[in-house]
Design a protein around this ligand. Structure first.
Ligand SMILES: C[S@@+](CC[C@H](N)C(=O)[O-])C[C@H]1O[C@@H](n2cnc3c(N)ncnc32)[C@H](O)[C@@H]1O
Length: 237
């Protein structure tokens, strides 16, 4: 990829990040994931959230499923500090998922909005770690935003621009405050310029199929028949 200056390296602050759930389509995906966890996580099960960010998802799970044993890891010191302070009873740990090896097996492995933060070459090696850390009846929920499929660098940029514009429009339609609208602009910039690494669901399907025996894929946004959008994948060994 051509070399460009990266003005967008920083993630949003934890507070802005958590407001994004209210105004961006992303919030619909997280609610859908929460509903699945509430209904399907086994009683007293072990749950790990990989690249947990601010700990929002684990905090919400704790409110209605206090039986679950929760744990979150992320490489960002600031996010982990915020998560630990806000949710003192949930253990959060700084760890890079690329060098992480699971200490045991989990009934539920979560990874939301994070795969696209890993460079393309690291995404499948990261996914390859997941089957081994699931219990026999365990499952993983992998939720992320995907762009249209592409077959060249130019098509990737066009697909990222299209997704980014739709995300920005939806955020504006939801009457987002200035900082959240700015965050949506930043997402567009990061994706088009290749500072983050959104891919297409089509490119991930073969890996999901190879790694898991059962995969359920659902799109939560947009409602229209698009390939791009927010998806969750429930994966079982
Ligand atoms: C967009 S946030 C998603 C956070 C959270 N999962 C959510 O749904 O709100 C992406 C997170 O991935 C983390 N991350 C990126 N690369 C990572 C890596 N190699 N190891 C651990 N965490 C990583 C970032 O620090 C950031 O907190």
């Amino acid at each position: 990829m051509e070399e460009v200056r990266n003005p967008m390296k920083n993630l949003p602050t934890p507070k802005i990040y958590e407001q994004e759930y209210t105004y961006m389509p992303w919030g619909i995906l997280i609610s859908a994931v929460l509903d699945i966890i509430k209904a399907r996580a086994p009683l007293g099960g072990g749950v790990i959230d990989l690249m947990c960010g601010t700990g929002y998802l684990l905090g919400e799970i704790k409110k209605s499923r206090s039986d679950l044993i929760l744990e979150g890891i992320d490489k960002d010191n600031g996010f982990i500090h915020y998560a630990q302070k806000k949710h003192p009873t949930i253990p959060f740990r700084i760890a890079n998922v690329l060098s992480w090896s699971p200490a045991g097996k989990y009934d539920l492995v979560l990874c939301t909005g994070a795969l696209h933060h890993l460079p393309y070459a690291d995404q499948i090696p990261f996914l390859e770690k997941i089957p081994a850390c699931l219990t026999r009846d365990g499952f993983a929920i992998l939720a992320d935003t995907y762009i249209d499929d592409y077959s060249s660098g130019q098509e990737r940029k066009q697909a990222a621009a299209k997704l980014g514009c739709e995300y920005l429009l939806a955020t504006i339609e939801n009457d987002a405050p200035k900082k959240i609208t700015q965050a949506a602009v930043d997402i567009l910039c990061n994706d088009v310029m290749g500072f983050e690494f959104k891919t297409s669901i089509e490119k991930m399907r073969p890996a999901f199929k190879r790694l898991f025996s059962k995969v359920e894929i659902k799109k939560t946004w947009p409602k229209s028949a698009t390939a791009y959008g927010d998806y969750y994948c429930i994966c079982r060994n």
